[in-house]
Write a protein that binds this ligand. Structure first.
Ligand SMILES: NC(=O)c1ccc[n+]([C@@H]2O[C@H](COP(=O)([O-])OP(=O)(O)OC[C@H]3O[C@@H](n4cnc5c(N)ncnc54)[C@H](OP(=O)(O)O)[C@@H]3O)[C@@H](O)[C@H]2O)c1
Length: 267
């Protein structure tokens, strides 16, 4: 994201994390500084005073024009019924409190973009990640709220990024088996550039539907899948998916057997 902004926008970048000295930060600083001015600062985004200090240090003649909230932590795999406040609080803190602080402390600035890194966990779900899902769903809701107030906001629920980060190793293998493929970072950032200015909350993912759909619709109908189908029907010239039997059938699968092979594949 920072590489894209440095090369494309060439504005002053302020990159933050709690430590400020994440592995590779110095090399990244050197690399980006050839393209744009860069400041790397230690800041806990969930701590309003900490964040206010970083914002106050931004020079008045180079005012803040865009915010990207990508800070986050994931959660250990725990069923919703076993979630405790101890587990939930840190997840909500960084994502939700962090976003709320950014929202409040930049309220008077005419921002061009306010981007929230959300997750497919909050859109289509992820087993054992109920708390993380809720935190991300909050970001999507915040984006809707800001837009309804006439302010800029884009929440992007990502599938999975390649190139390291939260999704690597066993997590990446598991998601890939479930049909959520790793996106190349340059492709993900291009998707983000398109998303800003579109709907307040969007999802961007590379999905192998032949793996994803059967797992996803195995236990119950899913509204998201029905909506995807409706979109397909629109592209097919308005043909609605065929209705299934009145009871007993998973509506998400309606129309598959009856549709011609090419249309089935596209669906
Ligand atoms: N990677 C993916 O495929 C994927 C998929 C869906 C959604 N997302 C979302 O995208 C965002 C970025 O993911 P990623 O893979 O880049 O994660 P990552 O590699 O784990 O990086 C997260 C960053 O957040 C920082 N951070 C954590 N708590 C913070 C706090 N309180 N204040 C400031 N910074 C904090 C961490 O640095 P410190 O520890 O030094 O603070 C770290 O640099 C996350 O919000 C994640 O939920 C990622």
């Amino acid at each position: 994201m920072a590489r894209w902004a440095a090369a494309g926008v060439r504005a002053h970048l302020v990159l933050t994390s709690r430590g400020g000295d994440a592995p590779g930060a110095k090399d990244l600083h050197r690399e980006l500084a050839e393209l744009a001015p860069v400041t790397i600062a230690a800041c806990d985004v969930a701590d309003a005073d900490d964040l206010a200090a970083v914002l106050a240090a931004i020079p008045a003649d180079e005012p803040l024009t865009a915010v990207v909230h990508a800070a986050g932590i994931t959660q250990p795999e725990i069923p919703v019924a076993d979630l405790t406040p101890d587990v939930l609080a840190p997840i909500l803190r960084v994502k939700v409190d962090g976003a709320r602080n950014l929202d409040a402390l930049t309220a008077d600035l005419p921002l061009d973009a306010f981007v929230l890194f959300s997750s497919g966990a909050g859109t289509w779900g992820d087993s054992g990640k109920g708390g993380y899902a809720a935190a991300n769903a909050h970001l999507d809701a915040l984006a809707h709220q800001r837009r309804s107030q006439g302010r800029t906001a884009t929440s992007v629920a990502w599938g999975a990024w390649g190139g390291g980060g939260m999704v690597e190793g066993e997590v990446a293998d598991l998601l890939t088996r479930r049909g959520v493929r790793l996106m190349r970072p340059d492709a993900a950032v291009r998707a983000l550039a398109v998303a800003v200015g579109e709907e307040p909350a969007v999802a961007a993912a590379s999905v192998d539907l032949s793996r994803f759909l059967p797992l996803y619709t195995m236990t119950r109908p899913r509204r998201l899948v029905d909506q995807l189908w409706a979109g397909t029907a629109d592209r097919d010239g308005g043909a609605a998916p065929e209705a299934g039997p009145a009871t007993g059938e998973n509506p998400s699968r309606r129309g598959w057997p009856a549709s011609p092979p090419r249309s089935r594949r596209r669906r």
